[in-house]
Design a protein around this ligand. Structure first.
Ligand SMILES: Cc1cc2nc3c(=O)[nH]c(=O)nc-3n(C[C@H](O)[C@H](O)[C@H](O)COP(=O)(O)OP(=O)(O)OC[C@H]3O[C@@H](n4cnc5c(N)ncnc54)[C@H](O)[C@@H]3O)c2cc1C
Length: 644
């Protein structure tokens, strides 16, 4: 800590910097040693599990979360061929259904199966993380006797296309009334303090650190005049926003859209409008939250759908064009179907768990779920027909005999360094599709190829818990985008009060700041950007990320008196190297515009007693897809069982 800048930033302050989850391996390995059994020696000795230890409560963990240390190493070793699958300890447990993956899709599949097979159906959900919910992750911060809640992944019930009848029915069944959102949201809070959006221009990208209140969306002359952008660039931005120019006057709207679908927005601005690349720097990250990469890899037609400038004079018909991504197709019905819990859709996951293992989740309503303290010790309880087993990475799923006639499926999983096996009469693979070829190699080759197509979008959702937000009040901002920095945005918490939870109301009170990052590498084709971003996330230490957060917040908010050393109470970095389901787009996926079978349709085919769920099954990165495909997978298993 000799570095004075580090001291200034508070790198020496006592906040939790790591999750010592690797302690889990010791705990579980220890359990099998206590029983006197190593791999290969069948045992019925119960696995006591770290989850039963008093104080096991993952939402309260800070430091590096999301795909936390200890959650992915087994899967990566499996991929690299470094795991021996011999001699699994037989748990001598047979379930009616084993679900691989405890995200919303897997939990929904378990719920639907239970609905159909009855409350005594024996179900086991296995997940590699120390918490359930998959991307729907809850973060908590305790301070002076109060708990502050943040979302570490899936932010809201929110989808570009309307929820299906199936997904809506589940949301209703869980007791969630989305029409109440405006009642629980304090929509006037930040406005009442005169706060609005802002953009932080960093010196590395734009030449000088400058915070400008307002939005780059309309890029008014007054807004641009405050930025460090050179006057000539400002002028070009105004031109791009206001000039009624049609770059292809002779073409029909459909033909223009077909062309726009085949070029990036960057090319549209620099090659068709012939503007300076610096113009694009203002818009570069605008698509990060949806595509996981910037406008250099986003089709111009999608940029049109997302209201980026430059199309106002082109007389394009409203509505979707061929090859347009779901995210850029507007639907008023979908926009109205929105709800945000303080922990995002972790509340949806918690409500599903309440249905499956009621003893673990106190309360009865979708309001009281917000403050419910889950009893993790009861999630995997032999007294409960449905069980959720965390910290368990499935490494092999195989029918016990030919898929067409086998009566069961054996599922092997690693907890710590011990390999276990259980049997299921049926199995839903609700895990990430790119994992399936490594754990279920008996699927047909065409299906394995299609499963491998499902890339994942690497993302980071960081929650920074701060002592007070007076700096935001002073600077008159509540959400700041930072197109040149590691985290592309920093927002004050969405002010929702629900059940017994009350959001922070006064700037002198602690609050959770939400920061997000799409890990990508501009210049590469979209899917290659995800690969590079994933590698970056896996190689970046918490210390490096923390230093960046402190530096970024200090520079953005320092003018309002923010002191990163004194104001930051805790940091939780939810790292998701395997984030959103990959959604097809017209630049990277030829079939998306030219037609032909989509890989996800081949990937999700049932096989014997195995059905396949997850939002990857729809190539659609939204909770409704997770639910819909959990439902479909169970219907396929039921249809198979009802066949003579
Ligand atoms: C940062 C972020 C923000 C998002 N925001 C939104 C939003 O606001 N609204 C929205 O609708 N959607 C959002 N999403 C998309 C979100 O992924 C879906 O909504 C939904 O939660 C996906 O659920 P799922 O069950 O299909 O997949 P996941 O949540 O990924 O669950 C799959 C689970 O399977 C586990 N698994 C994988 N391999 C194995 C194995 N071998 N053994 C055991 N377990 C395994 C995974 O670790 C994971 O826990 C967001 C996603 C991310 C990453």
């Amino acid at each position: 800590m000799g570095n004075p800048r580090d001291r200034e930033l508070g790198m020496n302050r006592p906040i939790t910097r790591r999750d010592f989850i690797s302690g889990l391996a010791v705990g579980i390995g220890g359990a099998s040693l206590i029983a006197g059994c190593g791999p290969g020696e069948p045992t019925t000795t119960p696995d006591p599990g770290l989850e039963k230890v008093k104080g096991y409560y993952p939402p309260a963990r800070t430091g590096l979360r999301g795909s936390h240390d200890g959650s992915f190493e087994s899967a990566h070793m499996l991929k690299d061929g470094g795991i021996s699958l011999d001699g699994a300890v037989d748990r001598r447990e047979t379930y009616d259904l084993v679900v691989v993956g405890g995200g919303i899709s897997g939990l929904a599949a378990a719920h639907y199966f239970r609905q159909q097979a009855g409350p005594n159906a024996k179900i086991l959900v296995l997940d590699n993380h120390d918490d359930f919910g998959g991307h729907a992750r809850r973060n908590e911060f305790a301070h002076n006797g109060r708990t502050y809640i943040g979302y570490g992944g899936t932010q809201s019930i929110d989808s570009p296309a309307p929820y299906s009848a199936t997904a809506k029915a589940l949301i209703n069944d869980l007791g969630i009334d989305v029409s109440r959102y405006q009642q629980v949201l304090d929509s006037g809070l930040y406005k009442s303090l005169g706060l609005s959006g802002g953009v932080f221009f960093d010196k590395e990208t734009f030449g000088a650190d400058t915070l400008v209140v307002g939005s780059s969306r309309n890029a008014s002359k007054a807004f641009l005049a405050q930025t460090p952008l050179p006057p000539a660039i400002q002028q070009q931005i105004i031109q791009l926003n206001t000039e009624q120019r049609d770059i292809w006057p002779g073409l029909s709207s459909a033909d223009k859209k077909a062309r726009l679908a085949r070029m990036s927005y960057t090319d549209f601005v620099t090659k068709e409008w012939k503007l300076d690349p610096q113009v694009v720097s203002l818009y570069q990250t605008r698509t990060h939250g949806l595509f996981g990469f910037g406008v250099d890899a986003v089709p111009a037609q999608d940029a049109f759908g997302l209201n980026l400038p430059g199309f106002q004079g082109m007389q394009l018909e409203p509505g979707a064009g061929p090859g347009q991504n779901h995210d850029s197709i507007r639907s008023a019905e979908a926009e109205d179907y929105y709800f945000h819990f303080p922990d995002g859709n972790a509340s949806v996951a918690r409500l599903l768990v309440r249905k499956l293992v009621p003893a673990a989740v106190p309360g009865t309503t979708a309001d009281d779920i917000v403050t419910a303290t889950i009893d993790y010790a009861r999630l995997d309880d032999s007294a409960s027909p449905a069980r959720i087993r965390l910290n368990s990475t499935v490494v092999k799923v195989a029918h016990d005999g030919p898929a067409a006639s086998a009566a069961s499926v054996t599922v092997q999983y690693l907890r710590g360094n011990t390999l276990y096996k259980v049997q299921g009469k049926a199995c839903v693979l609700a895990c990430w599709h790119h994992v399936i070829p490594h754990i279920c190699g008996e699927l047909p080759e065409t299906q394995l190829t299609a499963l491998r197509y499902a890339r994942k979008v690497p993302l980071v959702y960081t929650n920074v818990f701060i002592r007070q937000w007076t700096a935001f009040e002073t600077l008159k901002v509540n959400s700041v985008s930072s197109p040149g920095m590691w985290h592309g945005s920093a927002n004050l918490d969405i002010p929702v009060s629900l059940g017994g939870y009350t959001h922070t109301k006064s700037p002198d009170q602690p609050v959770v700041i939400h920061m997000s990052k799409a890990a990508c590498k501009p210049g590469l084709p979209g899917p290659a950007q995800h690969v590079a971003g994933r590698a970056e996330l896996l190689q970046t230490s918490f210390e490096t990320i923390e230093r960046g957060i402190r530096d970024q917040l200090g520079r953005m908010l320092g003018g309002g008196g923010f002191d990163p050393a004194g104001d930051i109470l805790a940091i939780t970095v939810n790292r998701w190297p395997h984030g959103y389901a990959y959604q097809y787009n017209s630049l990277a996926d030829p079939f998306w515009i030219e037609g032909g079978e989509q890989p996800c349709a081949v990937a999700r085919k049932p096989y014997g007693r195995i059905a396949i769920a997850n939002s990857d099954a729809g190539a659609y990165a939204y909770t409704d897809a997770a639910i819909d495909h959990g439902y479909r997978a169970v219907q396929e298993l039921t249809a198979r069982n009802s066949r003579p």
